[in-house]
Design a protein around this ligand. Structure first.
Ligand code: CS2
Ligand code: MG
Length: 395
C-alpha cells in the first residue's frame, strides 16, 4: 500500500506473488484516500496472503460478498485495486498485454477528450484551438459564469486542474439561473469558430434538477453536443425520464457510481447514452466489463472518467478495457503532472487524439516506490457549493 502525493494524493496497491511477480492497482478516492488505505490495510490485505493470484473472479466475489456490507465507494475502490493488480499479474505471467486477455483489439486507438476551460468564452476558444492543433477530436468546454467566481472545471492557475485543494473544503457560490443563461452562448461561439464536426462535451456536475437539465439540453440542441454530463445528482435514476422527454442532447453519467446497481435502470431504460464508470471506482476491470457488457445490450457506450485524481495506474488499465470492448465511446484524458508521471512510469502514449495502451505484458504501468516516498500525503478535500442564499448545493 503506497500513499504518495506528487502534486495530488494517490493510493496504490502493489501485490507481489510467491514467484516475485508484481501487480499494481489504483486505490485513489479523491478526498477519501486514507479511508480506502485503511480499508485495504485492515480488511483486505490480510485476507489475500497465501491466495492464488490467478483466481481473480473468486477473490472478487470473496471481497464483495464476504464484506457483508456490500458496495459503496470505499469498499469498491479497495476491491478495484485488488482486481486491477491481479489482472496486471495475470498479463505478466501470460506474457500478454491485458487487452489481449479481454478479447484483443476492437479499435486502433482510444479516442480521448481534452478540457478547454477559462474564465471567459474567448479564453475557452483559445484553449479549444490548442487542443485541435494537438489533434484532439473531442473537447469538453467549461467556462466561467458572469457574476460567479471559482466555477467547477474552470482552471485558471498554472499546472493541472485540481479541485481538491484544502484540508477543509473550500466553499464555492453557485447560481443555476446565471449558469443556464450563459452556457448556450459558449457553445454558439465555439461552433461558429470551429464548425459542426468537432465533438463537444459539457459537464453540469450534478447541479441541476431534471427540468433545469431538460431546459439546458434543449437550449444546447442547436450545437449538437456529444454529451451533457452529470446533469442531475443520479440517486434518482427515474428522474432522467423527465430529461429524456424534453431533449435529444445525449447524456453521460456515472463517474461517481461504484456498482452496476447504481446505473442498471439508467442503462436498461436507455436514460443515458454514455456510462462513465471507471476501473478504480466501480470494482476493477472485472466489474467494469460487466457494466459495459450490460450497456452494450441497450445502445449505451462507455465514456470513462479520467480526471487527474485517477492515477496513471487507472488510466493504463482503462485503456486495456477501452481498446477491447465493442461499445467504446470516449475516454476522458486529463494529463497528470510531470512528477506524477515520474512516480508512475507507464507505456501508454498520446498520438493525434488517441491514447494507445502499452504492449508490455500486464497493464504497462508501475510505481517507483523510492520516488513516491518523497511526496508525503497531505489532506485535501473537494469543495462544497452553496447557492447565493447560502443553501448547501451539489458541488
Ligand atoms: C469531473 C472531475 O472530470 C470530470 O468529469 O467530474 O473533475 C471530478 O470533479 C473529480 O474527478 C472529482 O474528484
Ligand atoms: Mg464529471
Amino acid at each position: 500500500m503506497i500513499v504518495t502525493s506528487p502534486g495530488r494524493n494517490f493510493v496504490t496497491l502493489k501485490i507481489v506473488t510467491d514467484e516475485g511477480v508484481t501487480g499494481v492497482g489504483d486505490a485513489t478516492l479523491n478526498g477519501r484516500e486514507l479511508a480506502v488505505a485503511a480499508y485495504l490495510n485492515e480488511h483486505v490485505v490480510p485476507l489475500l496472503i497465501g491466495r492464488d493470484p490467478h483466481r481473480i473472479e473468486d477473490i472478487w466475489q470473496y471481497l464483495y460478498k464476504g464484506a457483508y456490507w456490500r458496495r459503496g465507494p470505499v469498499t469498491m475502490t479497495a476491491i478495484a485495486a485488488v482486481d486491477t493488480a491481479l489482472w496486471d499479474i495475470k498479463g505478466k505471467v501470460a506474457g500478454l498485454p491485458v487487452y489481449q486477455l479481454l478479447g484483443g483489439r476492437s479499435r486502433e486507438g482510444v479516442t480521448v477528450y481534452g478540457h478547454a476551460s477559462a474564465d471567459t468564452v474567448d479564453g475557452v476558444l483559445a484553449e479549444v484551438a490548442k487542443y485541435v492543433a494537438d489533434g484532439y477530436k473531442a473537447v469538453r468546454l467549461q467556462a466561467g459564469i458572469p457574476g460567479l467566481s471559482g466555477v467547477y472545471g474552470v482552471h485558471t492557475g498554472p499546472g493541472v486542474y485540481e479541485p481538491a485543494s484544502a484540508a477543509v473544503p473550500a466553499e464555492a457560490v453557485w447560481s443555476t439561473e446565471r449558469y443556464l443563461h450563459h452556457v448556450p452562448s459558449l457553445f454558439e461561439r465555439v461552433r461558429d469558430e470551429f464548425g459542426p464536426t468537432l465533438k463537444l462535451l459539457h459537464d453540469a456536475h450534478h447541479r441541476l434538477t431534471p427540468i433545469e437539465a431538460a431546459r439546458l439540453g434543449k437550449s444546447l440542441e442547436p450545437y449538437a453536443l456529444t454529451w451533457l454530463e452529470d446533469p442531475v445528482p443520479a440517486e434518482l435514476q427515474e428522474g432522467f425520464r423527465l430529461i429524456r422527454r424534453h431533449t435529444t442532447t445525449p447524456l453521460a453519467v456515472g463517474e461517481v457510481f461504484n456498482s452496476v446497481w447504481d446505473c442498471q435502470q439508467l442503462i436498461t431504460e436507455q436514460l443515458v447514452d454514455y456510462i462513465r464508470t471507471t476501473v478504480v471506482h466501480a470494482g476493477g476491470i472485472s466489474a467494469l466489463r460487466r457494466i459495459f457488457d450490460l450497456a452494450a445490450l441497450y445502445h449505451v457506450r462507455s465514456g470513462s472518467h479520467g480526471a487527474t485524481d485517477l492515477s496513471p495506474v487507472c488510466m493504463a488499465a482503462a485503456l486495456h478495457v477501452d481498446v477491447s470492448i465493442p461499445n467504446f465511446g470516449l475516454q476522458e484524458y486529463m494529463p497528470h503532472t510531470e512528477e506524477t508521471d515520474e512516480v508512475f512510469p507507464h507505456g501508454y502514449r498520446f498520438e493525434n487524439g488517441y491514447l494507445h495502451p502499452s504492449e508490455a505484458p500486464g497493464l504497462g504501468v508501475d510505481i517507483d516506490e523510492e520516488l513516491a516516498a518523497k511526496y508525503p500525503y497531505r489532506p485535501a478535500a473537494l469543495p462544497v457549493n452553496r447557492l447565493e442564499d447560502g443553501t448547501l448545493h451539489s458541488w
